[in-house]
Design a protein around this ligand. Structure first.
Ligand SMILES: Cc1cc2nc3c(=O)[nH]c(=O)nc-3n(C[C@H](O)[C@H](O)[C@H](O)COP(=O)(O)O)c2cc1C
Length: 207
């Protein structure tokens, strides 16, 4: 059975533009794959992922038999996030841009799923990701418009796309497609046009 994991990273409680576009894609996907299991993980609003600190990272690197009850709970939480991702064939990520980067809670989520020996391992050839065979669709919502052709028209070049791509590749996830809705805070016309373009892409992907 196909499993789809939808990760919402908007602070707007599932009502963010990124979540809305992700919802539309998931609805279209479900129509095509009625038997697919859909799992939703809201990392920023409903169940915010805590920041990684020395205590939490310490739990990851402590041997299982030496872990305290608190450390076991930290690892169990991380394992839950990882297993959800492991079981997914398709991952849909609603990705807002906040202050030029990914939401800090999404970074915290990434910090909880990057576990040596679990989701990646170090080899003589460098790190090798263990989460292979997945397809990821990223719905990136931005207030502004960014040059993605490497040309900076007086607008900051965005680093979010490469960061997310690099991180997922590190875990072994190489098939990543970005769908952008840009200029959402540049007036109603720009917003409407951006959402219409993203929706057309969703229709194309779902066809
Ligand atoms: C705190 C905050 C910071 C933002 N920073 C940026 C930014 O750096 N660049 C940008 O283009 N838009 C920025 N925006 C606009 C968001 O990208 C836009 O509202 C988008 O729809 C957010 O996704 P969401 O609706 O799914 O939460 C910011 C919005 C907020 C609330």
């Amino acid at each position: 059975m196909t499993t789809l994991l939808q990760i919402n990273a908007s602070i707007n409680n599932g009502n963010g533009e990124s979540s809305r576009l992700a919802n539309q894609f998931v609805a279209a996907f479900h129509k095509r794959h009625p038997k697919a299991a859909i799992v939703v993980r809201d990392v920023a609003a409903a169940e915010p992922v805590p920041h990684l600190n020395a205590e939490r990272f310490g739990a990851f690197i402590t041997k299982p038999e030496a872990r305290s009850a608190t450390q076991h709970a930290v690892v169990a939480y991380s394992d839950t996030l990882i297993n959800e991702l492991k079981q997914a064939d398709v991952v849909v990520l609603g990705l807002p841009m906040y202050n030029f980067g990914v939401p800090s809670q999404l970074k915290a989520y990434f910090d909880h799923i990057a576990r040596v020996g679990v989701t990646f391992e170090y080899t003589e050839k460098g790190p090798v990701g263990k989460l292979t065979g997945k397809k990821v669709y990223v719905f990136a919502a931005r207030g502004g418009v960014y040059a993605r052709d490497g040309v900076n028209h007086g607008i900051p070049v965005e680093t979010q796309t490469n960061y997310v791509r690099d991180f997922l590749r590190f875990l072994g996830i190489t098939e990543v497609e970005f769908i952008y809705a840009e200029g959402l805070n540049m007036g109603p016309q720009a917003k409407q046009a951006a959402l219409a373009k993203a929706e057309a892409e969703i229709a194309r992907l779902a066809a």
